[in-house]
Design a protein around this ligand. Structure first.
Ligand code: GDP
Ligand code: MG
Length: 394
């Protein structure tokens, strides 16, 4: 169903309490998934996302099914209370567009800045800004906050719309739907070798399930390119960690796809766009607690070797955002430890070469990456990993 209409992944970002979860609830109008099947619910809830179809009725957009379906959307919320930088970056690796929520009564806060920087680092170009809680401010304050947001977005995001909204009172939700529909769909490279970025993994079986009814481990994430089909054999890398004679080895995992889900719908084939999951024939316990998050899956033999050395072309931010005080970002020095976010994985490494434009880093854990992948660069500053810039793998 709805196979012809485009699907996009939209991430929701912003400072704590600015209304992200409330907005997501209003945008998705509770769970649109009315099927009671445990499995479907399990996947939807564990992935922390909601799927909707946006319909167009004359010039109005809605999620209630009026008019014709025009777009499928998978929303990804920021889990937990204070979203960790690492989570933000992994989330940003999966999305096509972002909604940045800024409460009109509070304005730009440290996490607002930090999240915008994460979007920059991961090259997320499609941005919709929601100026939320307009019910709490008067017209003057609303105008002032609008101006502040516009200046904050700067040249790079000067085309981003700023929509005044009250999520709580459901004011202007339809304008957001409209902007989502107007967001350009990135080019989907379906004819290339598939690459599935694993963000999460889980065991979807309920306690007490009979052995014959058990489901295999499920991988949640995003297909970057290509297509995947039921029955296809895949390989997961880096895979399992094995310690032998004080040496750590990685063993890639091979398995077969037993079912595929786009959002919470079962599909015979996956194409890029939207949140998705792969049910495998792997022992369910292998997937527990996101154990396979940060891995990459592809047809057997298609993935590159694990690498311990990485080379980046990079750019530093002028300041460190996210903390209450904004210090200048110091140059990267040889020998220092950095944290890199590559696709959905986070990897520490030591700088072995640092020039004005490029960096060489020895990774602590070997990793799977591809040329021109976007990388977030974080440094530990007073006990917190702070994003200080971004790079591109060369
Ligand atoms: P999150 O931390 O960004 O996910 O924020 P929540 O969605 O949990 O919202 C934080 C608080 O702000 C909750 O008490 C919401 O009810 C409230 N809130 C969210 N949106 C609005 C709004 O548009 N107006 C007002 N007045 N309160 C809101
Ligand atoms: Mg929340």
């Amino acid at each position: 169903m709805n196979n012809e209409i485009d699907t996009i992944n939209v991430g929701i970002f912003g400072h704590i309490d600015h209304g992200k979860t409330t907005l997501l609830q209003k945008l998705s109008g509770k769970w649109t998934d009315t099927h009671s099947e445990e499995l479907k619910r399990g996947i939807t809830i564990k992935l922390g996302y909601a799927d909707i179809t946006i319909y167009k009725d004359k010039e109005e957009y809605n999620i209630q099914g009026k008019g014709t379906p025009v777009r499928q959307v998978s929303f990804i919320d920021s889990p937990g209370h204070e979203m960790l930088m690492a989570t933000t970056l992994s989330g940003a690796a999966l999305i096509d567009a972002a909604i940045l929520v800024v409460a009109a009564n509070e304005g730009i806060k440290p996490q607002t800045r930090e999240h915008l920087m994460a979007l920059k680092a991961k090259k997320v170009e499609n941005l919709i800004v929601v100026q939320n809680k307009i019910d709490l401010v008067n017209i003057e304050q609303a105008k002032k906050s609008h101006k502040e947001i516009r200046e904050f977005l700067g040249e790079e995001f000067k085309k981003a719309p700023i929509i005044p909204v009250s999520a709580q009172q459901e004011v202007n939700i339809n304008e957001i739907l409209k902007e989502i529909v107007l967001t350009p769909i990135p080019k989907r490279e379906i004819n290339k070798e598939p690459i599935f970025i694993i963000a999460r993994s889980f065991d979807i079986n309920r306690p007490g399930t009979l052995a014959k009814d058990l489901h295999g481990a499920v991988l949640g994430g995003s297909l970057k390119r290509g297509t995947l089909k039921i029955g296809q054999e895949i390989e997961i890398k880096p895979g399992l960690v094995k310690k032998e004679n004080n040496e750590i080895r990685y063993i890639s995992i091979k398995t077969k796809i037993s079912s595929l889900y786009k959002g919470s719908k079962k599909v015979p084939e996956l194409t890029p766009g939207g949140s998705m999951s792969i049910e495998t024939e792997l022992d369910m316990t292998l997937g527990k607690n996101d154990a396979l998050g940060g891995n990459v899956a592809a047809p057997i033999g298609a993935l590159p070797e694990l690498k311990k050395e990485i080379k980046l072309k990079y750019t530093l931010f002028p300041k460190v955002y996210g903390a209450s005080t904004e210090a200048k970002v110091e140059e990267i020095k040889k020998g220092e430890t950095l944290m890199l976010s590559i696709n959905t994985s986070i990897t520490g490494g030591i700088v072995n070469n640092s020039n004005k434009n490029d960096l060489g880093i020895s990774l602590r854990i070997p990793s799977i990456f591809f040329k021109s992948d976007n990388v977030g660069i974080a440094r530990n500053i007073q006990g917190h990993w702070r994003l200080i810039g971004y790079g591109e793998i060369i």
